[in-house]
Design a protein around this ligand. Structure first.
Ligand SMILES: [Zn+2]
Length: 342
């Protein structure tokens, strides 16, 4: 089976965005702030938004299951305060839960957290636990920069984040390290901020001994790991300068990279440089890059094509990238699948 570990509900019914706009307007003028209960989205609206979009493309391209989380650029943790994020995260997570209930064979949830700049990450734990225990979610998206491009939070190995890590280890869930919208004009959200953050998260882990404190902690670095695979020699050299162990032993028991790299040479490089055990199939479909590549005539984000066309990968490697690795990294998903005979 083919598991896409990186999908977001980018096609949610328009009512969601309208509600959010009112919530944001309500920060200036509380008289227009909506209640959570004012958002009404019917099951048919959800069905339509999925069947015509993500599910249609999954069927067309040949993937079976997507780990599905709220739209990343809409998390916008920098807006408002903790209460703003808490209400918004609860709404977005519940919608993803409903998608997974309506299409249990094709979608399984991952949670966004109600992060807010300057607020103790401990405040995210009730929402996290609800999503895992009540909704059956199998992962979280952790934003290393809730300020939206200003990087005001401590780096990931700082004890600031430990409450989240302790809960992740306890619940056996990985975190995709995923930023949200950039409100810093220097960084385009999906073209720069996302890739910067992927690279930054990796380097923060490299300079630290985080995984000595949490040997079973699991991070998924999306978008092919940002600049990491391309500059693997630099990272190995820096680790050596810093007297860290070899990267294999220092980081690769705890960090995985996804395949959201939208061209063949990129996928070839990723799978040549990074051990296949550390690569997870993903497309981030329907996401930031929706067009058709004029050089191939296929969608840029149809990442399965690149893996299929690879002359580097064996069938065994492809199995690991499509399914085997994901079952190890997302043990709750593996158990949920086995419970359904898959
Ligand atoms: Zn994403």
């Amino acid at each position: 089976m083919i598991i896409d570990i990186h999908g977001h509900y980018t096609t949610a019914p328009k009512a969601l965005e309208d509600w959010r706009n009112r919530q944001v307007a309500g920060l200036k003028d509380p008289s227009v702030a909506p209640k959570a209960s004012e958002l009404k989205i019917g099951d048919d609206d959800i069905r339509e938004s999925i069947e015509k979009n993500q599910l249609a493309k999954m069927k067309e391209r040949g993937s079976d299951l997507t780990v599905f989380s709220p739209r990343a650029s809409f998390m916008a943790h920098h807006i408002g305060n903790f209460e703003t994020s808490a209400t918004w995260a609860a709404i977005c997570n519940e919608l993803c839960h409903r998608v997974s209930q309506l299409f249990p064979d094709h979608f399984i949830g991952a949670a966004m957290l109600p992060q807010s700049p300057g607020v103790d990450p401990k405040t995210c734990l009730p929402e996290l636990e609800k999503c895992v225990k009540e909704y059956g979610f199998v992962a979280i998206n952790l934003n290393p920069d809730p300020s939206g491009g200003h990087w005001t939070a401590p780096p990931l190995p700082d004890r600031h984040w430990y409450p989240i890590y302790e809960k992740m280890v306890e619940l056996e869930i990985p975190a995709m390290i995923h930023v949200s919208t950039s409100c810093n004009a220097c960084f385009h959200t999906t073209g720069a901020h996302y890739l910067n953050a992927d690279t930054t998260a990796f380097m923060q882990c490299l300079t630290s001994d985080l995984f000595k404190d949490f040997p079973t902690l699991k991070f998924v670095i999306p978008h092919g790991g940002g600049a990491v695979p391309y500059h693997w020699g630099r990272f190995r050299g820096l680790a050596q300068e810093l007297k860290k162990p070899l990267l294999q032993e220092h980081l690769l028991n705890n960090i995985w990279f996804d395949t959201c790299v939208y061209h063949q040479p990129g996928i070839d490089l990723l799978t040549k440089v990074i051990p296949v055990e550390n690569v997870l199939f993903a497309s981030e479909m329907i996401g930031a890059v929706r067009g058709i590549d004029p050089e191939t005539g296929h969608h840029f984000d149809d990442t399965k094509r690149y893996l299929e066309a690879s002359t580097i990968l064996s069938d065994e490697d492809r199995y690991k990238i499509y399914e085997g690795n994901a079952r190890r990294v997302y043990p709750r998903m593996d158990r949920a699948l086995k419970a359904r005979g898959r």
